[in-house]
Design a protein around this ligand. Structure first.
Ligand code: C2O
Ligand code: CU
Length: 466
């Protein structure tokens, strides 16, 4: 076995040191006028080529690139605009976004704007949009961003392969009403499966566990570099906003923060009416959390991912692996006052309809493992048709032991018993979860498991909002 062990036991805590992701951005002192926060974390933001302040116009190019994940090996991957992960797309609420997309990869593709409640024609669903042809196909995505929050973009064709190969980026929609922080950071958490015998990205859907549990990587990545990557810097007293996205194929991230205090200020759908404190965050693939992080004093602050690995005695134990580290030092600053504006009270909604979705699998004698929603894999007819504006209680029943992060395109939903609105929710093994969907955005919308291997093997369907 080469440098990579199959379990996570090998995860070396200091191996990101050679990576060069800059902290970037200036010192965000208290400016009088609002300006787009300089996001720290990913290497670049997409450059807005349109002088109109209400229009963001960018070029996005999917292509073959060479990537050093920070482990000193260069591999052929895919990227947007030469980068893995792709550049951050930034806009403000209400902006029109125009993306001139070019596909220079060997496979057809689309771009899906995960979480945005836009027109279904622009959603990147290959059931609606003819995929953009390989080797030079183009498409212009054009939409208005309806709300602020942390989102992401990725293909929706052979997503399990294209995303793992590197086609993924984050999308931040700002709101001028939001407080100004000392810094905003985008933290895209991921993992990648490296084949120890070749040191290349492992083949897809080649092994039974990947068909059953989804593809779990053996290397954790933070913003495209081996976790935790380089240390970042901050001063005691500073307050930051961290936007955390899980872009893995299958791995649910279980996260904690040491050395600083934090509270959750946003979910998939943006700002929370009531921020809340927690010590452990469960972040399934597809989902996002925004954190307000306060550096109370000097020292190392680490976001840690709790993973299973082997200890010295060979037993499988839970280990806390740092995935993002901030070195807090230098002169202390007076902590800024963070005032979150009151959110308007949500319109009261009454439930118009109740439906059930059940998740299970069969082992088909010819096709092998198939993942199903309501007894059907790869369903092409809409599962349900609803009226625009309906509020629907969906009971999500998992009939097997493997977990399913359920994602609904184009809409937000409440998760019963939790604050905030979401577009993705984890349905644990053999668990039942109730969501209340606010079906306000008309169109044909994909509804699927975000474990990309489950989706590829059938756990994919569609609802219609008329
Ligand atoms: Cu992240 Cu169907 O999407
Ligand atoms: Cu699943």
């Amino acid at each position: 076995m080469s440098r990579y062990a199959l379990l996570l036991s090998f995860l070396c805590l200091g191996c990101g040191e050679a990576a060069t992701t800059p902290d970037g951005g200036g010192d965000a002192a208290s400016e009088p006028a609002w300006s787009t926060p300089a996001l720290r974390g990913p290497e670049a933001a997409l450059e807005d080529e349109n002088p109109d302040p209400d229009v963001v116009e960018v070029h996005l190019r999917a292509e073959l690139i060479e990537v050093d994940l920070g482990d000193g090996t260069t591999r052929e991957m895919l990227g947007y605009n030469g980068l893995f992960p792709g550049p951050v797309l930034q806009a403000e609420v209400g902006d029109e976004v125009i993306v001139h997309f070019e596909n220079h990869t060997w496979d057809e593709t689309t771009v899906h704007w995960h979480g945005l409640r836009i027109s279904d024609q622009m959603d990147g669903s290959p059931r609606i949009q003819e995929p953009v042809a390989a080797d030079g196909g183009t498409f212009t995505y054009r939409f208005v961003v309806p709300e602020a929050g942390t989102f992401w973009y990725h293909p929706h064709v052979r997503t399990n392969e294209q995303l793992e190969m590197g086609l993924v980026g984050t999308l931040v929609v700002h709101d001028r009403q939001d407080p100004v922080f000392d810094a905003e950071r985008v933290i895209a958490l991921d993992d990648i499966l490296i084949d120890p015998s070749t040191d290349e990205i492992a083949p897809f859907l080649a092994f039974h566990p990947e068909l059953v549990h989804g593809r779990s990587g053996n290397v954790l990545l933070t913003n495209g570099r081996v976790s935790p990557g380089p240390d970042h810097e901050a001063r005691p007293g500073q307050v930051e906003r961290w936007r955390i996205v899980n872009t893995a194929n299958a791995r649910t991230m279980s996260l904690s923060l040491t050395g600083a205090s934090m509270r959750v200020v946003g979910t998939d759908a943006g700002r929370l009416a009531e921020p809340f404190e927690t010590t452990r965050l469960e972040l399934p693939v597809g989902q996002r959390y925004d954190l307000e992080v306060r550096y109370d004093g000097p020292g190392l602050v680490a976001l840690q991912s709790h993973v299973l690995g082997r200890d010295g005695a060979g037993d499988i134990v839970e280990m806390a692996v740092p995935v993002y580290v901030v070195d807090v030092g230098g002169d202390a600053v007076e902590p800024r006052e963070i005032v979150w504006p009151e959110l308007p009270a949500p319109e009261p909604r009454t439930i118009d309809r109740e439906v059930e979705m059940s998740f299970d699998a069969i082992d088909d004698p010819e096709l092998g493992i198939l993942w199903r929603i309501n007894g059907e894999a790869h369903r092409t007819e809409p599962l349900f048709t609803f009226g625009r504006g309906e509020t629907v209680r969906m009971t999500l029943r998992n009939l097997n032991g493997q977990e399913h992060p359920f994602h609904l395109h184009g809409q937000f939903f409440e998760v019963v018993g939790r604050p905030g609105l979401y577009d993705t929710v984890l349905v644990g093994g053999s668990a039942t979860v109730e969501i209340i969907a606010h079906l306000d955005n008309p169109g044909r919308w994909m509804a699927h498991c975000h474990i990309l291997e489950h989706a590829e093997l059938g756990m994919m369907s569609e609802i219609v909002v008329e």
